[in-house]
Structure formats: C-alpha cells, structure tokens
Design a protein around this ligand. Structure first.
Ligand SMILES: NC(=O)c1ccc[n+]([C@@H]2O[C@H](COP(=O)([O-])OP(=O)(O)OC[C@H]3O[C@@H](n4cnc5c(N)ncnc54)[C@H](O)[C@@H]3O)[C@@H](O)[C@H]2O)c1
Length: 280
C-alpha cells in the first residue's frame, strides 16, 4: 500500500501500541491519514518518532471515559476534526473455561474483559460522536472469529466479541445516515494479548501449538494481513455503501472441515505433500 485512499482523514485508533493496531496505524499513514494513536502502554509514544506529525500518541486507558475524552480532544485540538474512530483495543481471558474460574473472581474478570472489549468502544464512539456526525465519518470496531463462533476464547472473551458484533449492527442503525459503522473479524494473528489481572493473567500468545495446521489456509497470516480491510472500511471513497458489516478474515476457520481443515490439506498421517510456502 501507499496511496491516498484516506487523503488527510483524521482517525482516532485505540490499541495502537502493538499488534494489529500498530500495523493499521502504519497503513493509515501510508494512505494519507493523520492518526491519534491511543494505548494504555507508553510504547505508543514511539509512533510519533516513526511517523512525525502524522501521528499524535495518547497514553490512556480507554475503558474509562476520561481516556476517550483525551483521545477525542487530541484529534480536535490538533486537526479540528474526526473522520474515523477505530475501536481496536482489547484484552483476552486466555481462553479460560468457566469451570476453571473461581466464582469469587468471575465478577472482576467479567468487568475487566467487558470494560475494555465492549465498554471502551461505546465510550470511544460517544466521545467522538459529534465530530463524526459533523464530518459524516465512520466507525470501525475490531471483532473476532469469536464474534460469531464458540471456541475462539473463553466465555468472557467470546461473549464480549459477540457484543462487539451487536454494537456494530445497532450503532450502524442508530447513526445512519450520518456515520457508517463496520467491523473486522480476524481469526488468529501473531500477537500477545493482555489477560485479566482478576485471573492473575499477564499476556497470552494468540497462536497456540497446532493452530497453524488447524487453519484451512495452513499459515498464520502476519499482523499486517488486516491493514487493507481497515483501510477499506475507513475510506469514504471505497466503502461508501458499507455499514453494519463485519468483514471476516479468519484464514478459513469458518469453513473448516471435519476430517481435515481444508480440502487440499493432506489428511493426518498422509502429510507427504509439503504445506504450501507462505504467500508473498
Ligand atoms: N491476535 C489475534 O489472534 C486476534 C484474533 C481476533 C481478534 N483480535 C482482536 O484484534 C485486536 C487487537 O489485538 P492484538 O491481537 O493486536 O493484540 P495486542 O495486545 O497486540 O494489541 C492490543 C492493544 O490494546 C491495548 N490495550 C489493552 N487494554 C487497553 C486499555 N484499557 N486502554 C488502552 N489500550 C489498551 C494494549 O496495550 C495493546 O497495545 C483486539 O480487538 C483483539 O481482540 C485479535
């Protein structure tokens, strides 16, 4: 990429310090956008060194109203407008099964996961709303395979990502015709999501042993694999007719087979055929 599909749009993006959000920030700047890059981690500050005055970092906790107000204010004070809000920050429950969670920790874990994964995008949209209506802008929320399927997380993460799907649909309805609202649903990306402190978790690898072979496409796509979808949904020019849509990019997980993950994947015990080389 490296075009002008986001020509000077002002974008507020949460969860920008690492993983998918950091990669999308780079892609947005390459497409001509100016980005307020928000994260609870101070690692977000290095984006200003990388991208100069095209990126304004904001260190804030987006599960709190004040953090979202600070992000919206940074965009309005610096550039006077907001065209897109991207709610991407999230934490995981490390795929912990309900029966493995002590009952007295469940409430705390629930509030942590839903605070970042569900409340934060609501707060972010609310904080940016007047500016988004004024610019006839759009919202992009990061969902997940877990927005539509079981087994992509524990019950807290899966319920939270299903809720993100609900937000996309409800907000697309409520904000039409002024603001488009869409989402991206990755399957597996090579990142380390933070866990909940209520369950004593630090971070968890998103890619587990055996994950690659379980995917119909047989490869873990890089974090940059989602850049184009976020860019498409943020672009007035290229997604003017899209709202209420969750775009799935799950390496085929939704069409996985029973005997083998993909029709041309060798059956277990017959792996004489090489797994295809990664796509360039
Ligand atoms: N990695 C995967 O396999 C995968 C799959 C499906 C969906 N997703 C989704 O992709 C999105 C990005 O996750 P990622 O995989 O790049 O993980 P990541 O941990 O690399 O990125 C998430 C970022 O959000 C930030 N964050 C967490 N809590 C925050 C808070 N309260 N306030 C501000 N920032 C906060 C983190 O510091 C981190 O920089 C998430 O919504 C995640 O649910 C990831």
């Amino acid at each position: 990429m490296g075009g002008d599909s986001l020509d000077d749009q002002v974008i507020v993006l949460t969860g920008a310090a690492a993983g998918i959000g950091r990669s999308v920030t780079r892609a947005f700047v390459a497409e001509g956008a100016r980005v307020v890059a928000v994260d609870v981690s101070t690692d977000v500050d290095s984006l200003a060194t990388e991208y100069g005055d095209r990126v304004v970092p904001v260190v804030a906790d987006v599960s709190r109203w004040e953090g979202n107000i600070a992000a919206a204010a940074a965009a309005l004070d610096t550039w006077g407008r907001i065209d897109v809000f991207v709610g991407n920050a999230a934490i995981t429950d490390s795929a912990t099964a309900l029966e493995e969670i002590d009952g007295d920790r469940l409430t705390g874990a629930f509030h942590e996961v839903f605070g970042v994964n569900v409340l934060a995008p609501l707060l972010g949209v609310r904080a940016c709303l007047d500016a988004l209506v004024a610019s006839r802008g759009s919202v992009v929320l990061t969902g997940s395979f877990a927005s539509t399927h079981a087994g992509g997380g524990g019950s807290l993460y899966t319920a939270s990502k299903h809720a993100v799907h609900g937000l996309i649909r409800q907000l697309a309805y409520e904000l039409a015709p002024d603001v488009r609202v869409n989402g991206v649903a990755p399957g597996v990306a090579p990142t380390r999501l933070k866990g909940t402190s209520a369950l004593g978790q630090t971070t968890a690898d998103s890619v587990l042993d055996g994950t690659q072979r379980a995917l119909p496409l047989q490869e873990i796509a890089p974090v940059s694999a989602y850049d184009g979808i976020f860019t498409l949904l943020a672009s007035r020019r290229y997604s003017a007719a899209m709202t209420g849509t969750l775009v799935t990019a799950d390496s085929g997980l939704s069409v996985r087979g029973i005997a083998k993950p993909g029709g041309r994947v060798p059956a277990i015990g017959h792996e004489h055929t090489e797994v295809p080389a990664p796509r360039a």
